[in-house]
Design a protein around this ligand. Sequence first.
Ligand code: ATP
Length: 557
Amino acid sequence: MGESFENLCRLYEALERLNSRNEIIDLMSGYFKQLTCEELEAVVRLSTTGFEEALNVSWATVVEALKGAYDFDLEEFRKAFDETGDVGSAVKAVLERRQGPRQTLLAFKPLTVTELYSSLREISRVKGPGSRTKRLRMLKGVFGKTSPPEVKYLVRILLGDLRIGVKEGLVARALAKAFQVPYDVFEKAFMLSGDLAETALTAKVKGVEGLLGTSYRPFNPIKPMLAGMAYSVREVLDEFKGEAAFEYKLDGARVQIHFFDGRVRVFSRRLKDVTVSLPEVVAVVKKTPSLENCVLEGEVVAVDSSGRPLPFQELMHRFKRVKGVEEEARRLPVRLYLFDILVADGVLTIDMPYLKRRRLLVEKAGSIPVVDCLITQDIEEAERFYKSSLEMGHEGLVAKRLGSTYHPGVRGRDWLKVKATLDNLDLVIVGGEYGYGRRYRWISDYYLAALDPSTGGFAVVGKTFKGLTDTEFEGLTRILKKDIVRREGRRVWVNPRVVVEVAYNEVQKSPKYPSGFALRFARIVRIRWDKRVEEADTIDRVREIYRKQFERKSMPP
Ligand code: ATP
């Protein structure tokens, strides 16, 4: 008999109670060590996010499956949810009350982690007509094999919110420790393969040598390098101590392009395959033979007939479109601008310094534009460049250290973004209220929350109905409705899934929300379909902005 899911749930329970990073790593690494390869793969995939996207199961579907498998009462669930504030715990409480925990536990043959993983994988593969009914039946089958304490975590896994306070980075550290390999070696292999389970298996089976031998794989997206923040070009020049490369920060969506064996595939910032939605990107790359055997990064921008950038929202429609793409491409053409090259002529280039990569990119890009760049140490010249970027409708600048290598998946200080709207926050919609008048059918007034790393949950910091178009309200309502976990009159609470960029006038200290903060005049700038909820800003960032704005404002006499 293999490792049971029940045992994994015991680990989750224990992890939920721990706060110290080291203790968490120790506990997990001890657990990982004793697993077989198959079990290790299953456990890593079940325990990290990303899986739920392939599953694509909404809360509404989970409820239906629960009702099919158990005597599940939604009203009772709502009451339990009010007490616990967590979907998984509330489901567990309801099931235990109905069936009695002991009895239930005895009635089940333990489900193994590998069985669970393969069932869920099968569910994710069901496509085509009648798939909803089929998936629901399969899901009921899985629920039928689990006891209430397992259901608690299964529900969380299905919804992509395990809430054990353990982020992917910690799991990676625990894996490196379990298989006694240096963390930096493990991390690099992981960022290149983009697949934690696969990297874990390499570490287990082949050790350091195996990890060092990990290279990119065509059509397997590499985790993107991310930028830190700077408040001004002066800060950049001070920090870089000398010359910096300033590039326009285009207001579009990031893509990673793989071109091998005559085939092109395009991945989004979240590493989702968006090839079919962007035929003109594919076409332009295919027409550039010098880019064959390369991995490139760039920004896709939507443009109007005169070539001026269009709002990000419009662009996101293109990324999500899989039907009627040609027609949509005519209505809303996009343009590709390149800014990095990670593989050239089949050779990984991420360890080359920025300047060398940039030269290589320019050499290979042919007629595809490469993002404008200014290399300077002159503050005035840099300021002028920044201004010109904003005037042209871009977001600002991304400054890059000339000698820096490309660090996949890392948000460091080798790239620094300077934006006019620097303090905007990326927040998660955790609830909302139905509007009034014209908006009465839409959930249109949203509760916005920051991540709270100390609890693994979300802390509400504001509420707004400002900033979105009618079409966006309608679309968002459709999505949020499927994820409602609690209703209070016209107010609803949803499973967190959508990230929005929010502008505001001030962060205030306020007793209104338990977070202790409230945003004044919050308004949604855009929906960040390209961000996961784990990438939202944290309550610590909100606190920091609060402190910073206080520093910048003159103190009362
Ligand atoms: P933001 O919310 O500011 O777009 P982010 O979290 O998506 O940030 P960051 O790494 O913080 O990503 O900022 C860099 C982003 O800016 C990239 O992901 C990319 O989409 C975009 N970008 C635009 N122009 C450039 C450029 N010249 N070089 C690098 N990134 C660029």
